[in-house]
Design a protein around this ligand. Structure first.
Ligand code: ACM
Ligand code: ZN
Length: 722
């Protein structure tokens, strides 16, 4: 068998490049030898397996094809194992007398199934294919570069229910992603049932309204959320396992624990913070490492998590601990003196080591974010997730820790894709191309460091999801696809020679498949130009272009250049299936103006981040305290402003945080009498086509507290008349 394989591989290496007519497979296989014939299949096709462990894979494929499965070795498609293959390696043979998929383990066979599906009509990704269909004869030999090709989904900030997670698992499986890490706890939510402490999920799964868990993002007045029961989680784990995806949990400790602290304030450090400015809202968010009772509570949690999740890897957090809490704590200070510690990072290492040992007592391995190794050695088996940058990943690998590489600059899919698109920008603004062009060598990893890299992980933190209608999957899809497709190949392909142009052509072909998968992915915005009175828009991916002309909201199909003397009034989007692009237009369409205004507020102006000096710190000023019901912020323009649109909101620019979430907006045309023009929606209001010049705008809060000791003030975004 092995000799046959080597011969085949040698032939394939020689023939791969001449394979012009092959169907697009993403991630691209190592060796792909197309032949001239076809295998015809129909609804009576049968799927067989030679080893009982492969039955779930046979059933999976049978469901997709509307076919039958059994242990029949004479079936039309036969799944089998070969112990000479690596676990996820596979060979797919499409020819006579039968189609065969041979894998080193279940994962290899599943990878072969996904490849076979990509050779079939795209409809297999969205339902049962047509009655009769053909599959081109070929042989594919393939194996992934990295054994860990992960994605982290933050279900803590925004609750994502079981069915939505399962639907997303399908999309990951179609791209051979093999790890789903669920970020189950954070300041804003606790999403997993702990039977010995049921209040954690029953209370901590819901925030806002009358819950003791106050929100920091969105929906202040409404109790909102959810959690997975252990039964739900077993269902998710099983669903994922069939699809060769290992579910890894994360309990984020010792920081990011505000939700836990809202239920169990006794976990916090022993000092009373000044919370006058935050209307009584306690922003302490870290476990006190010097309290022995905390380890008893956490042992209960870790024990249940270790029992619930079959995975060997249990992520225990370790990121972004606000250590000023420990410096302010008399107990922590005394503990550090007693232990001979000079730095709170050592206190973190002590805490993480104790939790890691709880994980180890179950024969499992603790995973941590990269900051956790800064305060001294953790158990050598600890797995480190580098997120802050490539340097942090390399440092962890160089220290000998098994390392998952996920620098935010490349793999945080909650980042914006271009400056005007939604998302964060603190790590970087990037699209699929940057994800695709990532290679460990290019960013500086040495061979020795690479020996400790187990793989790559992409992620979606969900703070902003809130403001994008979390009940719909669209924003998650838009942020993660097609970046996920690029990521899948980056993590799969062993070649460091990447051509974006070559990949992009395959990606566009894959769009048809993504349409069948029902993904609301991001398209590249149309290119727009204006010359000789003609406005032209174009795309290079075959999608449709639609346009609008302000002030009308109606979208029309673009079929030919538009003759106009007012090009800035037009905007364009690309659409296909559920996919869409951001708006494109000539530059003047997006131009904003910054008229001088005076800021006043019932909440006062922060000394350090004063209203007057906002330009010095990124145009964000702060009040002196949180917003209570009736508190207001007012912008009074030096000269009344005529405009076509004015966006008013408080808080940070991208993140609905430090803001007034619930409230109303009033406008004054004379500076003294105000008229109410509408309610904030997710903290934002648009004044559309005002018919008079605006002298002043006021935002008034209708809720108490906003999760911080201040409200951030951003200037209005004003679009001038065209
Ligand atoms: C992180 O993004 N705080 C891990
Ligand atoms: Zn303490």
């Amino acid at each position: 068998m092995r000799r046959y394989l080597l011969l085949a591989v040698t032939l394939l290496m020689a023939w791969t490049n001449s394979a012009e007519a092959q169907r697009v497979v993403v991630p691209t296989p190592q060796y792909y030898l197309p032949a001239n014939g076809f295998v015809e299949l129909d609804g009576s096709a049968t799927i067989g397996y030679t080893d009982d462990t492969l039955m779930p894979a046979a059933r999976y494929l049978a469901e997709r094809l509307g076919a039958k499965y059994s242990g029949d070795a004479e079936a039309d498609i036969l799944l089998s194992l070969d112990e000479d293959f690596a676990t996820e390696q596979y060979r797919l043979y499409v020819g006579r007398p039968q189609i065969t998929i041979t894998g080193g383990g279940y994962g290899g066979v599943f990878n072969g199934i996904v490849t076979l599906m990509q050779l079939m009509p795209n409809e297999v990704f969205g339902g049962v294919p047509a009655k009769r269909y053909r599959v081109e004869e070929c042989v594919i030999e393939d194996a992934p570069r990295f054994s860990h090709r992960g994605f982290m989904l933050d279900v803590a900030r925004t609750w994502i229910d079981k069915e939505a997670v399962k639907a997303y698992i399908d999309l990951l499986a179609y791209h051979k992603i093999n790890v789903l890490r669920l970020h189950l706890t954070d300041d804003e939510g606790w999403r997993i049932e702990i039977k010995s402490h049921p209040e954690l999920a029953e209370v901590g799964g819901f925030r806002g309204g009358d819950s003791p868990v106050k929100p920091r993002y969105g929906r202040w007045n409404e109790r909102w959320g959810g959690y997975y029961t252990q039964e739900d989680m077993r269902e998710i784990i099983e669903y994922a396992a069939v699809r060769n995806i290992e579910v890894m949990p994360e309990i984020d400790l010792p920081g990011h624990s505000l939700c836990m602290a809202s239920i169990h304030p006794e976990i916090l450090c022993g000092y009373t913070p000044s919370n006058r400015a935050s209307l009584g809202y306690d922003t302490r968010s870290a476990f006190c490492p010097s309290k022995e009772a905390n380890y008893e509570l956490l042992k209960d949690v870790i024990d249940e998590i270790c029992q619930l999740f079959p995975t060997k890897y249990i992520h225990i957090g370790g990121d972004e601990v606000e250590m000023s809490q420990w410096r302010s704590c008399p107990d922590c200070r005394a503990f550090m003196v007693a232990q001979g510690m000079s730095d709170t990072k050592q206190l973190q290492a002590y805490f993480m080591t104790r939790i890691a040992n709880m994980v180890a007592s179950h024969g499992k391995v603790a995973s941590v974010w990269n900051e956790a190794i800064d305060g001294g050695h953790l158990p050598p088996s600890t797995r480190v997730y580098g997120w802050e940058g490539v340097a942090e990943c390399r440092k962890a690998a160089a220290k000998g820790y098994s390392t998952v590489v996920m620098p935010g600059q490349y793999f945080y899919f909650d980042m914006k894709q271009t400056p005007r698109e939604p998302g964060h920008d603190w790590a970087a603004i990037f699209d699929a191309r940057k994800v695709y062009e990532f290679t460990p060598r290019k960013v500086g990893f040495t061979e020795a460091e690479m020996a400790n890299v187990v793989g790559l992980e992409s992620s979606f933190f969900s703070e902003i999801y809130l403001s994008h209608n979390p009940e719909s999957a669209d924003y998650l899809h838009y942020q993660t696809f097609p970046r996920m497709v690029a990521f899948a190949e980056t993590a799969w392909s062993s070649s460091d020679e990447r051509s974006w142009e070559e990949f992009y052509a395959r990606l566009v072909a894959h769009y048809d498949r993504m349409d069948c998968m029902g993904i609301a992915y991001r398209l590249v915005p149309p290119s727009v130009s204006y010359a000789d009175g003609m406005l032209t828009a174009s795309v290079d991916d075959g999608s449709d272009i639609y346009y609008k002309r302000e002030p009308m909201e109606v979208e029309m199909l673009y079929t030919a250049p538009i003759e106009t003397t007012a090009p800035a009034e037009y905007s364009f989007v690309a659409r296909r299936g559920r996919a869409a692009s951001a708006e494109a237009a000539v530059a003047a369409h997006f131009r904003t103006i910054t008229p001088t205004f005076k800021l006043t507020s019932s909440m006062g102006s922060s000394e350090r981040f004063s209203f007057e000096r906002a330009e010095e710190y990124g145009r964000l000023a702060r009040t002196t305290r949180s917003a209570d019901v009736g508190d207001w912020v007012q912008y009074t323009f030096e000269r009344p402003v005529m405009c076509r649109r004015m966006k008013v909101a408080t808080g940070n620019f991208q993140l609905p945080r430090y803001n007034i979430e619930n409230g109303y907006v009033e406008v004054s045309y004379d500076g003294s009498s105000f008229e109410r023009v509408g309610e904030l929606e997710d903290g934002v209001f648009y004044i559309m086509y005002p018919t008079r010049a605006i002298k002043a705008v006021r935002i008034t809060s209708t809720s108490k507290g906003n999760g911080a000791s201040w409200v951030s003030i951003q200037p209005p975004t004003i679009y001038p008349l065209l």
